[in-house]
Structure formats: C-alpha cells, structure tokens
Ligand binder design. Sequence first.
Ligand code: HEC
Ligand code: HEC
Ligand code: HEC
Ligand code: HEC
Ligand code: HEC
Ligand code: HEC
Ligand code: HEC
Ligand code: HEC
Ligand code: HEC
Ligand code: HEC
Length: 328
Amino acid sequence: MNKQGVGSFTIRRSRAPVRALRMVLLPACLLFVLAAMAQAAAPEKGVDGAATYVGEKVCANCHAAENAHFGHTVHAGVFRQNPRNERERQVCEACHGPGSRHLANATDRNALIGFTREWGTPVEKQNAQCLGCHQGRQRIYWPGSPHASNMLACSDCHNTMTRMSATGLLKKASISETCYSCHRQQRAEFRKRSHMPLPEGKMSCGSCHNPHGSPTRPMLNANTVNDVCYSCHTEKRGPFIWEHAPVRENCLNCHEAHGSNHEALLVAPRPFLCQQCHTNRTHQNTLATVPNLASGAAPNQRLIARGCQTCHAQIHGSNHPAGVRFLR
Ligand code: HEC
Ligand code: HEC
Ligand code: HEC
Ligand code: HEC
Ligand code: HEC
Ligand code: HEC
Ligand code: HEC
Ligand code: HEC
Ligand code: HEC
Ligand code: HEC
C-alpha cells in the first residue's frame, strides 16, 4: 500500500478561500480579530506561555468556508446547541486545541493541532484529541489494532469538517468507498463473478469488520468467522442432527468471504472442492479420473450438474433422521 497516498484527500474547494484570505484579507482580518479580542475577554497568557482558548467566533473570521461546512455536521449541532461539558463548548478548539498561539502566528505548525497530513501534527496527537471524547465502545480495541499500529489517523476515514456521508462523518460517501481508497485488492474481490452483495448495497465492510479494531482477526465484528456469517445466514447455525465437520469448524473451508470466480463464493470448483478432503474411499475419488469426467469417454452420471451435491444435497448439515450422508 502506498503510505504516501494515505490521507492525501483534502477539501480543495475550502483551501482556496484560505489562501485568498491569507493574501488579501489577512491584515483586515487581523484587525477585526484584535478588535474582537479586545471586546471579549482577552486571552490571558497561560501558564508557561501555553496557548489559551479564544472561542469559535475568532476562528470563523478567517476560516469562513470551513465554518460554513462544519455547520452541517453532528459535532456542530451538539457542541453549539447542546454542549454537555466545557470541552464541547470550545467547538473548533475542542479538536484543534487552544488557538491563541495560532493567532499570533498562523504558519507555526506547532501552535495548533491540524488533522491533514500536510500540517504535520503527529498521528498519536491527532488521535488523542478524538479519543479524548470517543474512547471505549467500538474503539475499545483501537490501541494495537492493525489500523492503529499502521499509524492510521481517525481522519484517514473520518472527515469531521463537512458532511460527505449520510452517517458516520466519513471521508467518502459510503463505508465501502472509504475502505476502497486503501484496500484495492478487496475492491477487486467484490467485482468477481460471485460476491457478497456489497456492491449492490445490501451490506458494507462494517457488516463483518470493525475498522476500529477487534480481538478477532482480521478485525471481525464477532468472536469467530462463523458467528459473523450466522448473524445473517441464521439457518446455517443449526442445530443439525447430522453436522458436516468443516461447516462447523469454519465457513471459509469452502467459501471466500468477499468474492470468488467460482459459483456461490466457493474456494474451488466442484467436485474438486469436496475431493480436497474426501479422497481415499469408494466413489469419492474415482469421480475425477479423466475417462469419467463429464466430457470424457465414459461420462459418469454422478458428475452431471453439481457433482457430489446431486446426491449429497444437504451439505451444510441435515436434520433428516437418515441424513447421515447429507443425502436428504
Ligand atoms: C487571522 C486569521 C486566522 C485566524 C483568526 C485563525 N486562523 Fe487558522 N489559519 C489561518 C491561516 C492563514 C492558515 C494557513 C497557514 C498555513 O497554511 O501555513 C491557517 C491554518 C489553520 C489550520 C491548519 C489547516 C491544515 O492545513 O491542516 C487549522 C486547523 C486552523 N487554521 C484552525 C483554526 C482555528 C481552530 C482557529 C480559531 C482558534 C483559527 N484557525 C483561527 C488563519 C487564521
Ligand atoms: C470534531 C473535531 C473538529 C472540530 C470540532 C473542528 N475541526 Fe477542523 N478539522 C478537523 C479534522 C479531522 C480536519 C481534517 C479534515 C480533512 O481530512 O481534510 C480538520 C481540518 C480543518 C482545517 C483545514 C482545512 C480543511 O478543511 O481540510 C481548518 C482550517 C479547520 N479544520 C478549521 C476549523 C474551524 C474553524 C472549526 C470550528 C468552526 C473546526 N475546524 C472544528 C477536526 C475538527
Ligand atoms: C469534545 C468531544 C468530542 C471530540 C474532541 C470529538 N468528538 Fe466526535 N462526537 C462527539 C459527540 C458529542 C458526538 C455526537 C454523538 C454522540 O453523542 O456520541 C460525536 C459524534 C461523532 C461521530 C458520529 C457521527 C454520526 O453521524 O453519528 C463521529 C464519526 C465522530 N464523532 C468522530 C470524531 C473524530 C474523528 C474526532 C477527532 C477529529 C472527534 N469525533 C472529536 C464528541 C467529540
Ligand atoms: C479504517 C477506517 C476508520 C478509522 C481509522 C476510524 N474510523 Fe471511526 N468509523 C469508521 C466507520 C466505517 C464507521 C461507521 C460509520 C457508519 O456506520 O456510518 C465509524 C464510526 C465511528 C463513530 C460513530 C459510531 C460510534 O462508535 O459511536 C465514531 C465516534 C468514530 N468512528 C470515531 C473514530 C475515532 C475517534 C477514530 C480514531 C481513533 C476512528 N473513528 C478511526 C471507520 C474508521
Ligand atoms: C488510509 C488507508 C486505510 C483505510 C482508509 C482503511 N484501511 Fe484497512 N488497513 C490499512 C492498513 C495499512 C492495514 C494493515 C496492513 C495490511 O494488512 O494491509 C489495514 C488492514 C486492514 C485489515 C486486516 C487486518 C488484519 O488483521 O490483517 C482489515 C480487515 C481492514 N484493514 C479493514 C478496513 C475497513 C473495513 C476499512 C474501511 C472502514 C479500512 N480497512 C480502511 C489501511 C487502511
Ligand atoms: C461477509 C463478511 C465480510 C464483508 C462484507 C467484508 N469482509 Fe473483509 N473479511 C471477511 C472475513 C471472514 C475475512 C477473513 C478472510 C480469511 O481469513 O481468509 C476478511 C478479510 C479481510 C481482510 C484481510 C486480508 C484478506 O483479504 O484476507 C481485509 C483487508 C478485508 N477483509 C477488508 C474488507 C473490506 C475493505 C471490505 C469492504 C469493501 C470487507 N472486507 C468486507 C469478511 C468480510
Ligand atoms: C450482513 C449480512 C451477511 C453476512 C454477515 C454474511 N452474509 Fe452471506 N449473503 C448475504 C446476502 C444478503 C446474500 C445474497 C442472498 C441472495 O442474493 O439471495 C448472501 C449470499 C451468500 C452466499 C451465496 C452467494 C451466491 O452467489 O449464491 C454465500 C455462499 C454466503 N453468503 C456466505 C457467507 C459467508 C461464508 C459469510 C461469513 C464470512 C457470510 N455469508 C456473511 C448476507 C450476509
Ligand atoms: C464443505 C464445504 C462448505 C462449507 C464448510 C460451507 N459451505 Fe456454504 N455452500 C457449500 C456449497 C458447495 C454451496 C453451493 C450449494 C448449492 O449450489 O446448492 C454452498 C452454498 C452456500 C450458500 C448459498 C446457498 C444456500 O444454501 O443458502 C450460503 C448462504 C452458504 N453456503 C453459507 C455458508 C455458511 C454461513 C457456512 C458456515 C457456517 C458455510 N456455507 C460453510 C459448501 C460449504
Ligand atoms: C475441509 C475438508 C472437507 C471438505 C472441503 C468437505 N468435507 Fe465432507 N467431511 C469432512 C469431514 C472432516 C467429515 C467428517 C468425517 C467423519 O466423521 O469421519 C466429513 C463428512 C462428510 C460426509 C459424511 C461422511 C461420513 O462418513 O459420514 C459426506 C457425505 C461428505 N462429507 C460430503 C462432502 C461433500 C459432498 C463435499 C463437497 C461439497 C465435502 N464433503 C467437502 C471434511 C470435508
Ligand atoms: C449418485 C449419487 C452420489 C454422488 C454423485 C456422490 N455420492 Fe457420495 N455417497 C452416495 C451414497 C448413496 C452414499 C452412502 C453410501 C453408504 O451409506 O454406504 C455416499 C457416501 C459418501 C461418503 C461417506 C463414506 C463412503 O464413502 O461411504 C462420502 C464421504 C461421500 N459419499 C462423498 C462424496 C463425494 C466427495 C462426492 C463427489 C466427488 C460424492 N460423494 C458423490 C451417493 C453419491
């Protein structure tokens, strides 16, 4: 994966106004700010000259476009209309940190916490800002997760400055598009001949994964692969009188999780799928010899259509008293 590409996405249309402001309006802006600061409680110098909070109105003077976009987000709604504590009341500075030093020198990149790669604030520091309010719950396994240990920032998936997605303040319009921006291989898998109906919009990566981390590899949102699958394919959970051992063990013994070029997301075509495990007795093996192949000299009727399943139809398990061989 191209690490350079990570998070290179920024809202371009909102950066242009920043630049214009810098060149034309900065002096005017500064005057305005100074006036505003004189009126409002002037920011005192913090202990050891540490930055102090200046309030969102000051920020909006120079960052009008960002302020307007931000107005459409969940955070703006909560922080402005129904703040639950002092930190939420700080609005812009709840995330970007106290702004007084930024006002003194807008180009000092240590004076303010930025969430774009260009700004250069260390990823841990960025994430700590978000985790200050969002620790626990879905993110309980964030520390040490593959995403955290590969230095992903919350803002690699989330854009909290504008509303790009219906839910979740994501960087792209949907969960899957957000993930695809880095996981190209998975995008290809979902385009295979048979695939989970994700491109059709019936599910998202989040139906099976928790991108914030999980104790189940690879970041699955249940305790085992099978539990993930049972959450939708409940009929496969059983209980069955006659269980097929590989089904109970792991659905991935026979299925791909994302997509496959064989039917029904199978990992191998039939009958070879079955013969990977069933080879040493009676008819299980003979079926695949060349003269017996469906197109061979002496076609074996058992190979017609779905091969083994012409007879062993209940491959996920049987509830028929005589279903020990999954024939019914
Ligand atoms: C006097 C005008 C002015 C005020 C007031 C101001 N900024 Fe800025 N801000 C700028 C300029 C100019 C830049 C661009 C600096 C650069 O690119 O080197 C900037 C950059 C930023 C960035 C970095 C963007 C990036 O590239 O990641 C953030 C975040 C930011 N400001 C937030 C704030 C917040 C929050 C406040 C209020 C506390 C605030 N600004 C107040 C002028 C201002
Ligand atoms: C919930 C946390 C949060 C709050 C609140 C917040 N920001 Fe941001 N801000 C971010 C993140 C995350 C980014 C990076 C967005 C991205 O990926 O492009 C950002 C980016 C910026 C930038 C850089 C330009 C851009 O959009 O990429 C500016 C300027 C900025 N914020 C100003 C503000 C101002 C002004 C406010 C208050 C009106 C504010 N922010 C409130 C998190 C926040
Ligand atoms: C001051 C506390 C605070 C900070 C800092 C903060 N958030 Fe939030 N965030 C909230 C609150 C409050 C909500 C509203 C939903 C709720 O009650 O949990 C919220 C909601 C969200 C949501 C859900 C949006 C939705 O549509 O449901 C996301 C995603 C989110 N925040 C991401 C972030 C990211 C990323 C950062 C850091 C850039 C961040 N937050 C920083 C308090 C915070
Ligand atoms: C790899 C991508 C990715 C990263 C990195 C990421 N998130 Fe998320 N986050 C998501 C997705 C996907 C959702 C679900 C959005 C939806 O349901 O619409 C989500 C949902 C959320 C929500 C709303 C649901 C809830 O749990 O209340 C919050 C808050 C949140 N993320 C915070 C964070 C914080 C904080 C970080 C950084 C520590 C972070 N996220 C890092 C992808 C990511
Ligand atoms: C900014 C790039 C980026 C984005 C966006 C991203 N990922 Fe990842 N993801 C990574 C990196 C880096 C790794 C670790 C290296 C690897 O396995 O490729 C990873 C690993 C994973 C893994 C494998 C974990 C393991 O144990 O091997 C899963 C599953 C995953 N990501 C799911 C998601 C989902 C779901 C989303 C969207 C919500 C998402 N990712 C968005 C970069 C990203
Ligand atoms: C139907 C459930 C399901 C959905 C939907 C799903 N995954 Fe997976 N994913 C899995 C399972 C199960 C594995 C483990 C595969 C294995 O061990 O061979 C996995 C593995 C992965 C891995 C680890 C590398 C690999 O391919 O084995 C990554 C990365 C990943 N998924 C990303 C994604 C992304 C991105 C999306 C959305 C575009 C997504 N997944 C949607 C179930 C799912
Ligand atoms: C979020 C719900 C959900 C989860 C979780 C889920 N599936 Fe599915 N699965 C579906 C839906 C919906 C279909 C499409 C059914 C249809 O089109 O009739 C499907 C179809 C399938 C198919 C048939 C594909 C075909 O071409 O006939 C297989 C096989 C399958 N899933 C296996 C799995 C496995 C294995 C897992 C666990 C890794 C899993 N599913 C997890 C919802 C889910
Ligand atoms: C021993 C191999 C094997 C294992 C293990 C297996 N399957 Fe299947 N599965 C198949 C075959 C073969 C088909 C195609 C059936 C057909 O075409 O009649 C299939 C079809 C499916 C289908 C689509 C048709 C249907 O029956 O609804 C779903 C959904 C499915 N499997 C889910 C699962 C789940 C969930 C698991 C794990 C609990 C699982 N499978 C484990 C072999 C297996
Ligand atoms: C991952 C290995 C694996 C795959 C793939 C697999 N099986 Fe099995 N199968 C087993 C195991 C293990 C048993 C249990 C054997 C036992 O109890 O002696 C079993 C049991 C059976 C039985 C009952 C045998 C008996 O002695 O009671 C039948 C019939 C069967 N499988 C048919 C199939 C068919 C048809 C397929 C292909 C759709 C298939 N199997 C794929 C491992 C597999
Ligand atoms: C024409 C129907 C038919 C087809 C096709 C078929 N089987 Fe069978 N299979 C049976 C019957 C009937 C039994 C039960 C034999 C008994 O109980 O003595 C059986 C028994 C089995 C057994 C249990 C152990 C044994 O050998 O008696 C396994 C394993 C098995 N079949 C695997 C397969 C595999 C793998 C395929 C595909 C390569 C396959 N079968 C194709 C009818 C079929």
